[in-house]
Write a protein that binds this ligand. Structure first.
Ligand code: HEM
Length: 488
């Protein structure tokens, strides 16, 4: 039996169907929302016309769906590997999917049927102060949709928590905290369990916080006399948003720990620096969110200073141990550069390079100038396209491989190149526009800004074409035969 084919991963039919639902939904939504993204960028580049209200509806749907689907698809990675070590419930995993879909229908209905266009960050009190553009019901439908999606995630994390507690006793032991200061580390302790414990803690708290602020906003929508403290609501919203999108990469990176060793033929064991890194990032991810509030002068200064300092260090520990670990894992391993391996390695680059603009923007003096420019979408498109989605595509390409030595097709190789070049060009042009102070979230751009939008539209089209190639290959692979997709 080859290193790629491990019996523990063989999925029963029901589990395979649910996993396919996650993967296929993720890919279809990704492609559709990318097309929406291209439409927005082409409109900013004056190549097509989008009335501003439609632009903001597309922007709201694009932001909400892209963040949601990134969370959903990454949770499939966590579920798929974590279930090899602890007993997870397929019913709960399916319930998460169903709640997500109901939430998505509510969100899309409130956007495209009821014209909600307030942005995915639903910042209090803006959703219900639309200046007559949309009704209170539209805003409430949007927020209720988010709430249902949050409930699904909380259920999934509760199930994962119970399963981990049954095997490891508590989350601290799952994180490996008992080995931080000494003692012989159990080398067989799975990195997947460490990462999952971290995600459960941070995203459990983040999602719960998001749910609380959403319920409060929903009450306010129908009982305006019930007013919220706007600053507190903003803190809660950004705490939730920041942690949620960060958790996607911490779930996705499990694919790197599990799969790269199978392609390189070398194990990826836990070490003290690895455990320290995950422990440190657990704390820092929870306290870094104030870097989204650097322009809120009413925030206590010490919180903003903390936001700046933690921005420098937040993702670093996990990123460094993972990127360094990945490089040493594959260095001179004689590994064949098949699609899963290439995509997983690309994800290390995308993640590492994509955080650099965020660190720069986390500096208070820079943030004053850059924050509401396209620099910010430049940063997150970089690490989400070339980091997170590269991990997720790598995982899915692995699922559809039937043999360890299966060669890549010419179409795959071309798709990989187009994705890399297009991804770099698209996010690079957003960063360049940000550097030139082009504001974000403007439906109509001044003539001086149009060339950036046109250049990044061309690159974006390349990304979409490559993603369509990946999606068609993966979906047809997953559907091809009952034993394909999960036989290894
Ligand atoms: C071909 C790929 C993509 C294209 C062309 C695209 C395009 C865009 C554009 C034009 C905007 C609005 C920028 C502005 O003027 O402020 C935007 C915003 C955004 N995009 Fe994308 N995008 C793509 C992929 C993604 C992916 C993969 C994700 C996440 C996984 C994502 C998440 C977001 C988010 C969260 C926003 C912010 C929305 C807001 O400001 O409320 N996008 N995108």
């Amino acid at each position: 039996m080859s290193a790629l084919h491990q019996p523990a991963e063989t999925l029963p039919r029901r589990e395979r169907i649910v996993l396919n639902l996650y993967a296929i939904t993720g890919l279809v939504v990704l492609v559709l929302m990318m097309l929406g993204g291209v439409a927005m960028r082409m409109a900013q580049g004056t190549w097509i016309e989008l009335p501003p209200d439609l632009f903001y509806q597309i922007m709201t749907a694009h932001g909400a769906a892209m963040v949601g689907i990134a969370g959903l698809t990454s949770s499939a990675v966590m579920w798929y590997f974590l279930r090899q070590y602890v007993r997870l419930s397929t019913g709960i995993f399916l319930a998460n999917y169903v709640l997500f879909m109901i939430g998505a229908v509510l969100i899309l209905g409130s956007i495209f049927a009821l014209q909600y266009g307030g942005g995915w960050t639903f910042l209090y009190p803006l959703p219900v102060k639309s200046n007559g553009m949309w009704s209170v019901h539209a805003a409430a439908g949007f927020m209720l949709g988010f709430l249902l999606i949050g409930v699904g995630f909380v259920l999934f994390y509760l199930d994962a928590t119970l399963a981990i507690l049954r095997v490891y006793g508590n989350l601290g032991r799952a994180l490996g905290l008992q080995w931080l200061f000494g003692g012989a580390i159990d080398k067989s302790h799975p990195p997947t369990v460490v990462a999952s414990a971290m995600v459960i803690i941070v995203n459990g708290l983040g999602t719960l916080c998001g749910a609380v602020v959403l319920v409060l906003c929903l009450v306010n929508a129908y009982v305006p006399a019930f007013e919220l403290n706007a600053l507190l609501a903003k803190n809660m919203t950004y705490f939730f948003g920041h942690v949620f999108i960060n958790a996607t990469i911490y779930m996705g990176v499990i694919a790197v720990y599990e799969l790269l060793p199978r392609y390189s033929g070398r194990p990826w064991g836990v070490s003290r620096p690895f455990l320290w890194a995950w422990a440190a990032s657990t704390v820092m991810v929870l306290i870094v969110y104030p870097h989204h509030l650097l322009m809120d002068f009413v925030m206590p200064s010490w919180i903003l200073v903390m936001g700046q300092i933690i921005s420098f260090t937040n993702g670093m520990p996990v990123l460094v141990v993972t990127a360094y670990g990945a490089l040493t894992n594959v260095h001179r391993s004689g590994m064949r550069w098949s699609m899963p391996a290439k995509l997983l390695l690309l994800s290390m680059f995308g993640w590492a390079a994509g955080v650099i603009p965020a660190i720069i923007d986390g500096i208070i003096s820079v943030n004053r100038v850059m924050h509401n420019t396209l620099w910010v979408p430049g940063h997150f498109h970089f690490y989400l396209l070339l980091g997170l989605w590269a991990m997720l595509f790598g995982f899915m390409y692995h699922l559809i491989r039937t043999r360890a030595d299966e060669p890549d097709s010419a179409v795959d190789r071309l798709g990989f190149l187009a994705y890399l070049v297009g991804g770099l060009g698209f996010s690079g042009m957003l960063l360049m526009a940000g550097r030139a102070s082009v504001p974000r979230r403007w439906a109509v751009h001044l003539p001086e800004w149009v060339p950036y939008a046109q250049a990044s539209s061309l690159a974006a089209i390349l990304v979409v074409l490559a993603t369509i190639v990946f999606a068609v290959r993966i979906i047809s692979g997953l559907l091809r035969a009952p034993d394909v997709g999960t036989a290894h």
